[in-house]
Design a protein around this ligand. Structure first.
Ligand SMILES: NC(=O)c1ccc[n+]([C@@H]2O[C@H](COP(=O)([O-])OP(=O)(O)OC[C@H]3O[C@@H](n4cnc5c(N)ncnc54)[C@H](O)[C@@H]3O)[C@@H](O)[C@H]2O)c1
Length: 394
């Protein structure tokens, strides 16, 4: 039964991102922070700071609820290391708790598909935490795409330098087998946005960037991609976490409180169309619409640069994507909306990242498979699925 007044939400994992989600849940009028689940020292510390109960495990939380006759939380936000998402989410789903799972839904699409099917069978809602879809810069980009005419090509960049402590503080980030690597952790955000804005990716080719952190041989530090979308749009993308650069979404949009905002950055994304080019996050549109002569647009005429969003900072920097994502999660739990970033969307991004990794390994372009081709791996769920798995497998 859904709580009638406020939606009770538990946060699973409070490393870097968990406390940020917890603060938004605590702040919202629609939600109540039910508690924190994390077996590390961070668990009781964050719970104490936020004055909410702490549990060492989901099982401990469930036992406590049953022992005290407390209703389970309505929803959970899963903020644990990438390779743990599926098992943890399945355990929560087995108790009917709705899910907002941080990206990537899972590094392994077969596990993600099993989780999706399991959640469907339990009537549990599953939202994937690609929160940037709610970022006003992305909303405005999508709204203004038509201004470039027919989109022919795109260009994008996500480059910065992560501090050593980022890797030293969490071993899972230093090995691809535990979900580490800038491609799986960060590029996946951009892949989700690119597919959200331009449609499904059909093919990728990737060149691995040279390694700087030699102490972590099993993790990538970035890649240069060429991308072909199913609708024929082509693009390039550079992603690196080893270079000193402000050309990344966080610096350009100011959306992450720990990464300084770089005001005035241009061209994180460039969208090239028959009638113009749109640059994001500055929202300069380069076009020839106001040319005096009614001539065919071409290199013979000057190009105008026009910022198409008035009061850009006021409009784009004020709304918090995490608040908007949380409000949406509440609506999803209440049954008022379907997940804006679904399990299939999350899986599709994971499939693209897998294709990128395969391309690096084979040195060849790779076709991105459709989600329908994924065979679910129910053994990864770690919960009793029988007799449902019979039905799910058929
Ligand atoms: N949306 C975003 O912008 C964003 C930003 C950062 C991280 N993330 C994602 O969030 C997730 C967490 O990343 P992070 O950087 O905060 O990781 P982290 O390593 O800093 O924190 C993970 C926490 O999970 C806890 N944990 C591990 N196993 C657990 C379990 N079984 N039950 C409860 N807690 C458990 C750990 O003790 C740790 O405190 C990752 O999937 C990452 O990709 C998303």
């Amino acid at each position: 039964m859904i709580s009638p007044i406020t939606i009770k939400i538990v946060i699973i994992g409070v490393g870097i991102i968990g406390p940020r989600h917890a603060a938004h849940v605590k702040k919202s009028k629609s939600t109540e922070l039910f508690g924190i689940v994390d077996p590390s020292a961070a668990g009781p510390k964050v719970a104490n700071e936020l004055q909410v109960p702490h549990f060492n495990s989901i099982q401990e939380m469930i036992q406590e609820c049953e022992g005290t006759g407390t209703q389970y939380p309505d929803g959970a936000i899963v903020c644990t290391p990438n390779s743990t998402h599926v098992k943890i989410s399945a355990e929560l789903a087995s108790h009917g708790i709705h899910l907002l799972v941080e990206k990537p839904l899972s590094p392994t699409p077969a596990e993600a598909m099993a989780l999706k099917n399991y959640c469907d069978s339990k009537g549990v809602k599953l939202l994937v935490g690609h929160h940037r879809r709610f970022n006003p810069h992305i909303v405005a980009t999508k709204e203004n795409l038509h201004k470039v005419g027919k989109i022919i090509a795109i260009q994008g960049t996500w480059t910065l330098r992560k501090p050593s402590a980022y890797f030293e503080s969490a071993a899972w980030r230093t090995d691809i087998s535990t979900g580490g690597g800038v491609l799986l952790i960060n590029l996946i955000h951009d892949i989700d946005l690119l597919q959200y804005m331009f449609g499904p990716i059909e093919r990728v080719y990737a060149e691995l960037l040279s390694k700087q952190k030699l102490q972590y041989p099993n993790v990538d530090e970035g890649a240069c991609l060429t991308i072909r979308f199913k609708n024929g749009i082509c693009g390039t993308f550079v992603c690196s976490d080893s270079v000193t650069s402000p050309f990344n979404f966080e610096s350009g949009t100011g959306e992450n409180p720990t990464i300084p905002y770089n005001d005035g950055l241009e061209g994180l994304y460039r969208i090239f169309g028959t009638d113009g080019t749109l640059s994001v996050p500055d929202f300069n549109l380069y076009h020839q619409n106001s040319s005096e002569k009614q001539e065919e647009p071409s290199w013979l005429n000057p190009i105008q640069k026009e910022c198409i969003i008035e009061n850009r900072d006021e409009k784009l920097l004020t709304q918090q994507p995490f608040d908007l994502q949380l409000a949406h999660f509440v609506d999803v739990i209440r049954g008022n909306q379907e997940p804006f970033c679904s399990a299939l969307d999350g899986m599709s991004s994971s499939l693209c990242i897998q294709a990128v990794l395969n391309s690096i390994e084979t040195e060849l372009p790779q076709r991105v498979p459709d989600c329908e081709s994924i065979k679910p791996d129910y053994s990864s769920l770690g919960v009793k699925t029988f007799p449902l798995d019979k039905k799910l497998n058929s």
